[in-house]
Ligand binder design. Sequence first.
Ligand code: FNR
Length: 205
Amino acid sequence: MVITDASTAPAAAERVFDVVGLAGSLRRGSYNRALLRAATEVAPPRLHITIHELHEIPLYNGDVEAAGVPASVQALRDAIRQADGLLIATPEYNHGVPGVLKNAVDWLSRPPNHSALAGKVAALMGASPGMSGTMRSQTQLRQSFVFSDTYVLAQPEVLVARAHEKFDGDGRLVHQPTREFLGFFLQRFADLIALHVTALHPARP
Ligand code: FNR
């Protein structure tokens, strides 16, 4: 049952929310990491986004997990547990989620029901040189987040198509309408986090 304590609502709505940012690409010149960097620039002051990398996350293996969760996985789990939200920039590979990102989600989703993703608020975005702007990989990710009990912002959708025309050679998002839209999307994400944080803090009996 969700109980809202009206006396804590304004406090929750006014505080700064910590958000973990993940890009589903290991590529140095990744458009998706560049999109995350742009998000840190245009985010409203009440969102503090910290970008985490996936380079050290090993391939999921139940035997490895049973022997002890790898330090890199534990560190990411801890960061997400402590954060108020998760912001993911996903590429699209073969109409789906890249293995690097799916693998990270698989690690993070464990143990089921008590994972770092359970009950967490997330927002998805993506950039691709193609025309669909990662629409299909984002849809797949949403599907995975049903199982992990992760609340994903429904709208707006950030689908950065023809990414090569929107970032400059230094990976800076220079397409002004996209920067503005990204800012609006992050405002909506902050609103959802505020709602969620308030709703999940039940009043003391
Ligand atoms: C791609 N790319 C791609 N793009 C797309 O819009 N739809 C797709 O299905 C695919 N499939 C695909 C498969 C593989 C194996 C690769 C390597 C690439 C292109 C992809 O969007 C492009 O490489 C992006 O630049 C990847 O994201 P980052 O690394 O720039 O963040």
